[in-house]
Design a protein around this ligand. Structure first.
Ligand code: PMP
Length: 453
């Protein structure tokens, strides 16, 4: 199934400050590389627009044939500080030259610096940090800790993990059990009854956003609140982005406190300034027990973290909660440099300020096509347009892909549509983007929506 044209098209040439398209797209010379990848990789790896990334800097991505895209993907919300941030590059160079490239969980000095930095921005009482490599490992670990905690505190019945419809927490077994997208779980066959999904109060698919829905859903599924070990939610659901109403989030926190269940915020996508606050749960004024981090933690190399309460994080004895590449030195120094750059260059504040321009621009586009852009959500520098069959809530994946491909051909890069059946065109530029570049991207999206819709 080819979602994007594999036949090179003579697109209009573009040569502006932010975008350059000099060749047919896909680039004819790139097809040999794409074909080789598709021959030796699983089909699942071929879902993105057909561009061969050669270099990426700041908010731009280059191929080696002279094309330059304005990047609204940040990879997949990885490069919060921008691609190849000079401080990240410098830290990596120095680390390579120091000749410490791995150390398993033997101590190294930079690891001390990173865990200290990470706990400083977490709520009070969350002062332990466990470093891993991927977001899925972080959510898996948080789930494991919640179950371990529940059973320890309340016996074997207190093992239920509650999560939300349409949630995404990664592609490993536990993460997918907690995920709320049924098609992703078909392969599991024997679903664990100790994982239950409840409706997410997104305000679009789920119009009733009251907390009663949560309680009613647990009841309908025969779950007693006292048996809940933990509740895991993305701070915003990536499929939207969909945010919880603040009141809902606060009631959720109160539910967790009343039932001694752990509140786990999956900030893998939402953290490190993306939504205009360091962590997205800060918009809700709630305090989680565990935070899962990934992606924007380094803006580059693979590293993730679980930040959490002392008593919860210390349940496993020495040597029994580790991973071969926990705190690998290169990702660690990249994360330190990245976090300092995000702060020193006030990128969270930039995301908050430019977020208003992004939201207004997207709303203006939606107004012109309100029958086909069902819902727009935006906070900081993450946003989504839900593309629907006219005047329904039924997703229109084909049209969403056409919009994405149209932007790609004009030099605006986004990863493939996400969400329910691929109906969401997702906007997520690096947080160091300028106002001028953001407005340039909005102009492209506007033009393409006019053409496609
Ligand atoms: N949680 C969320 C909210 C995510 O968006 C993702 C990745 N898209 C993950 C977990 C999994 O992270 P990874 O792909 O690094 O395993």
């Amino acid at each position: 199934m080819e979602l994007y044209s594999r036949v090179p098209i003579d697109v209009q040439k573009i040569d502006t400050k932010f975008r350059k398209i000099k060749t047919a797209l896909p680039v004819p010379e790139s097809m040999e590389i794409i074909e080789r990848l598709e021959k030796y990789e699983p089909t699942s790896m071929s879902g993105q627009p057909p561009i061969i990334w050669d270099r990426a800097e700041g908010f731009q991505v280059y191929d080696k044939w002279g094309n330059m895209w304005l990047d609204w993907s940040s990879g997949v919300l990885i490069t919060n500080a921008g691609h190849s941030h000079p401080r990240v590059i410098k830290a990596l160079r120095e680390e390579v030259d120091s000749k410490l490239l791995t150390s398993y969980v033997f101590y190294h000095e930079k690891r001390a610096e990173l865990v200290d930095l990470l706990q400083q921005d977490a709520p009070e009482g969350l002062d332990k940090v466990f470093l891993l490599s991927t977001g899925s490992e972080a959510t898996e670990n948080a789930i494991k800790l919640a179950r371990t905690y529940g059973v320890k505190k309340g016996g074997r019945d207190k093992h239920v993990i509650v999560s939300f419809n349409n949630a995404f927490h990664g592609r490993t077994l536990g993460a997918q059990l907690a995920g709320g997208i049924p098609t992703l779980k078909e392969w599991i066959i024997n679903l664990d009854p100790g994982f239950v999904n409840v409706p997410f109060p997104d305000g679009f698919f789920q119009e009733d956003v009251s907390f009663d829905v949560f309680l009613d859903s647990l009841k309908a599924q025969g779950i007693e609140p006292k048996n809940v070990a933990g509740v895991i939610t993305e701070s915003y659901q990536g499929a939207g982005p969909f945010f919880m109403p603040k009141e809902y989030a606060q009631k959720l926190e109160a539910f967790c406190r009343e039932n001694d269940a752990l509140l786990i915020m999956d900030e893998v996508q939402a953290g490190f300034g993306r939504s205009g606050k360091w962590f997205t749960f800060e918009h809700y004024d709630v305090k989680p027990d565990l935070i899962a981090c990934g992606k924007g933690i380094s803006s580059s190399l693979p590293i993730s973290a679980v930040i959490g309460r002392n008593d919860v994080m210390n349940m496993y004895p020495p040597g029994s909660m580790t991973s071969t590449h926990s705190a690998s030195p290169l990702p660690v120094v990249a994360a330190i440099a990245n976090i300092k750059a995000l702060k020193d260059e006030r990128m969270t504040e930039n995301a908050a300020a430019l977020g208003e321009i992004l939201e207004e621009g997207l709303m203006n586009i939606q107004k012109k096509h309100s029958d086909k852009i069902g819902f727009v959500t935006s906070k900081g520098l993450v946003a989504g347009l839900q593309i629907v069959k006219p005047n329904t809530k039924e997703g229109d994946k084909e049209t969403a892909y056409k919009i994405n491909e149209g932007c790609f051909r004009k030099g605006l890069l986004m990863f493939s549509p996400v969400g329910i059946g691929g109906m969401c065109v997702k906007v997520a530029p690096p947080l160091m983007i300028t106002k001028e570049a953001l407005e340039d991207g909005l102009k492209v999206l506007d033009e393409v929506c006019d053409e496609v819709l």
